[in-house]
Ligand binder design. Structure first.
Ligand SMILES: Nc1ncnc2c1ncn2[C@@H]1O[C@H](COP(=O)(O)OP(=O)(O)OP(=O)(O)O)[C@@H](O)[C@H]1O
Ligand SMILES: [Mg+2]
Length: 466
């Protein structure tokens, strides 16, 4: 059976080996024996054992030396030491070297079987913990700020440079360009990476709650404050405090925030005990703060304090060469999330992706792929894209062609022939114009003209288009 556990019995007394081996085999274990240390090490080089039963008094190596040698080969197999002398010092040494347990000779077989069973359980648990830990790590590992375009390469380089410095960073960029992800990357690459990253969305916090959320409060500070509550400044400790949509911070809170940044101290609301502010501040905004300053909605002094370094994120349109990379990344992400195996994105969809304006930037692309993965089986096709976005595809407006006379050539033909020829002219012109406006995307052209793909294909052939 595959699940049978393997045990190596190492003892210089063959009789002892036989008795122990028989008892273990009767319980379903596979056993091997070695009569001295070098043979034991040789055996463990050849195959893996779950459990080692090691006698301590042996020649030429004692059990401790064998234990050390086995540990060099494998660190997670369980070793149980056996000795005829109950010697506490040796026991302690063995445990320090990572032995699982220590049994006295003559062996009590029942005790031995229980100890072996427990050692196996402990090993399985260790393995389970290891697996869980890696799974948690995978889950925890921060999302990567992906991008191979020159703009993204430059951004990644700047992040590497500034992450280790304690300067306030202001991240500017349109909605969905990755401002929060950039703030997390700055934190993850900074010496504060092991401390908290606390994100506060100033746009969604009601004005009346902003102060208490940030500063915390003492019991009785205001009606309803029935117990002390710590605020985000304290939660951030010596990590990073990310203030998203900073432009939404009410003016009185802006004044208080400026003071905290200058003095690195603050009080909880209603509190007398001074708190030290140790976190690094990163802010983000997608509004024009300079205009907000001119209009009196944002304090200029705070702006300079928060803006020691400004990062401006490109829109997805400005780095459309990254679209295939991002699209494939999200395809993998959602395949995993929805337990699907959509293999690819068809070239037509990809070319649509590269032409579309992406007003919602990376977030919009992520959502489009999420929806497509849910709908698709083998590959993502045009039919899996949202209708609304398909029709909103931004393409340059074409200048209408100057009207051509319908009766271009009337010489020597019947009415039927003239009509047929002119209809063909019009048809070919309409098809060519539509193809141009859709950047020669046949599926979208067919849909716009309300004909099927095959008809379009045949007509294109007939008129020598494409
Ligand atoms: N470069 C990137 N690589 C991978 N994923 C990205 C990238 N940029 C953004 N994303 C993903 O797109 C989504 C939007 O990113 P994020 O929340 O950081 O944007 P934002 O600029 O803060 O948006 P908003 O202005 O709407 O708050 C997130 O799910 C994020 O993981
Ligand atoms: Mg955001």
């Amino acid at each position: 059976m595959e699940n049978q556990k393997k045990i190596l019995i190492v003892d210089d007394e063959p009789d002892h080996c036989n008795i122990v081996s028989r008892a273990l085999m009767a319980e379903g274990y596979i056993t091997r024996t070695a009569y001295n240390g070098p043979k034991a090490v040789e055996a463990s080089r050849e195959e893996r054992f779950d459990i080692y039963l090691l006698d301590i008094r042996m020649q030429p190596w004692d059990g401790i030396k064998v234990l050390e040698e086995i540990r060099k080969l494998s660190s997670d197999d369980q070793v149980i030491m056996l000795t005829a002398f109950s010697d506490v010092d040796i026991a302690v040494k063995c445990m320090k070297l990572g032995a699982y347990d220590f049994l006295n000779k003559p062996i009590n077989l029942d005790e031995l079987l229980i100890t072996v069973a427990n050692a196996i359980k402990a090993k399985e648990l260790q393995q389970e913990v290891k697996t869980l830990k890696t799974q948690i790590e995978i889950h925890k590992s921060p999302e990567q700020l992906l991008g191979e375009s020159p703009k993204m390469k430059e951004l990644q380089g700047i992040i590497e440079h500034i992450a280790s410095h304690d300067i306030t960073v202001m991240i500017r960029g349109d909605s969905g360009t990755g401002k929060e992800l950039t703030a997390r990357a700055l934190h993850a690459k900074s010496p504060r990476a092991k401390s908290p990253f606390v994100s506060v969305d100033c746009a969604t916090l009601p004005e009346s709650l902003v102060e208490s959320e940030l500063f915390g409060y003492e019991r009785g500070a205001f009606t309803g404050a029935t117990a002390r509550k710590t605020g985000r400044f304290e939660h951030a400790a010596d990590g990073t405090l990310f203030l998203d949509e900073i432009g939404n911070l009410p003016i009185p809170v802006q004044v208080k925030l400026l003071r905290v940044l200058q003095e690195r101290r603050f009080y909880r609301l209603g509190g007398k005990e001074e708190q030290v502010f140790k976190a690094k501040i990163i802010t983000a905004t997608n509004i024009n703060l300079e205009q907000a300053i001119r209009q009196g909605h944002f304090r200029e002094d705070l702006y300079y304090r928060l803006n020691e370094f400004m990062l401006r994120l490109p829109t997805l349109r400005e780095r459309c060469e990254d679209i295939p990379l991002l699209a494939k990344h999200f395809l993998n992400v959602f395949n995993r999330q929805f337990n699907k195996s959509v293999k690819e994105i068809c070239p037509e969809v990809m070319s649509w992706f590269e032409q579309y304006a992406w007003p919602g930037n990376v977030r919009e692309l992520k959502n489009v792929i999420k929806r497509a993965v849910v709908l698709a089986n083998e590959r993502v096709e045009v039919g899996h894209l949202p209708e609304k976005q398909l029709t909103e595809m931004e393409v340059p407006e074409r200048q209408p062609s100057p009207p051509e006379p319908v009766w271009s050539d009337l010489s020597g033909t019947s009415l039927k022939e003239i009509v047929k020829r002119e209809v063909s002219n019009i048809e070919s012109r309409v098809i060519r114009d539509t193809l141009e406006t859709t950047h020669w995307n046949r599926t979208i052209t067919a849909r716009k003209l309300e004909i099927d793909y095959k008809t379009l294909y045949n007509k294109m052939k007939e008129y020598g288009l494409g």
